[in-house]
Design a protein around this ligand. Structure first.
Ligand SMILES: Nc1ncnc2c1ncn2[C@@H]1O[C@H](COP(=O)(O)OP(=O)(O)OP(=O)(O)O)[C@@H](O)[C@H]1O
Length: 252
């Protein structure tokens, strides 16, 4: 697993509609030690997705530096896995082949990549769906497969942009519990963007609140793990942390 360092990072877009520059990320610095789970919250337009896209190497930054394991990010790479809200599985491949696709691209042989895929599907309690096609799965299951597919690449850094936003509340809670469980076993470094304050606190070791392209405040989440909703729903510390993060987001 690798650390992530963001130093004095800025991103300015040229907005063709307004005919002017827009600064989406402004002199931002953030240190994420290897294996940490960081949740990122902030109001719409504060630069969350821009930040994630720069870490992924999908878009260039204007100023500053991003390093993963000490190496500067110059473009996309297998050390960083990305999961978006729209999961876009390959519809013509089974669940197993979707999950095995990343290892296949890395040149892993069939037997080995299928073993990797089976292991990750088992971790996410999806073994029964291995032979199905995406259109035979519910939205929540597709979302889980999307997460598992990213994990099967064993990235050092996992970048997640509101991956559970479009599933029902019940499924979302299950996905959150599964993600924390898998993270505890594999310990990738995670950057998780969400608008959901309770989700940010439930998942993270730390919640970073952004405002207008800058880090507004960082809040350590010292709740014990494993975290399960039945316990945390009643936990005074959890509620207090959610209250604090909500206040920050509203003031941002
Ligand atoms: N390709 C682009 N061209 C011009 N401006 C852009 C572009 N992408 C984003 N922006 C602007 O940059 C700012 C930050 O956008 P970004 O999508 O990173 O915010 P966000 O925090 O992820 O928002 P949301 O929570 O609504 O997804 C916004 O003002 C947005 O309009």
């Amino acid at each position: 697993m690798k650390s992530l360092t963001i130093r004095n990072l800025s991103k300015t877009y040229f907005d063709v509609h307004a005919g002017a520059n827009v600064t989406a990320v402004r002199d931002m610095s953030l240190e994420v030690p290897a294996g940490e789970f960081v949740s990122i919250v902030g109001p719409s337009g504060c630069g969350k997705t821009t930040l994630l896209n720069m870490i992924a190497g999908f878009i260039p930054h204007t100023e500053g530096e991003i390093t993963v394991g000490g190496q500067p990010v110059k473009g996309p790479g297998p050390d960083r896995g990305v999961v978006f809200q729209s999961w876009a599985l390959f519809p013509w491949r089974t669940v197993l082949d979707n999950v095995a696709f990343g290892p296949k691209m890395r040149g892993v042989g069939r037997a080995e990549r299928e073993k990797i895929a089976h292991d990750y599907l088992a971790l996410a309690k999806l073994s029964h769906a291995a032979g199905r096609y995406p259109n035979e799965l519910s939205g929540g299951m597709q979302q889980r497969v999307g997460v598992v597919r990213a994990l099967a690449n064993e990235p050092d850094v996992l970048l997640m942009d509101e991956p559970f936003a479009s599933v029902d509340a019940q499924t979302r809670m299950t996905l959150q519990e599964e993600l924390t469980r898998i993270w505890e076993q594999k310990r990738p470094t995670v950057i998780f963007i969400t608008h959901d304050v309770a989700e940010a606190v439930f998942l993270g070791n730390r919640v970073v609140a952004l405002s207008k392209g800058r880090v507004l405040e960082e809040i350590a989440v010292d709740l014990p793990r494993p975290r399960v909703w039945d316990e945390l729903n009643e936990d005074g510390r959890f509620k207090a942390l959610c209250g604090r993060v909500l206040q920050l987001v509203r003031s941002a």
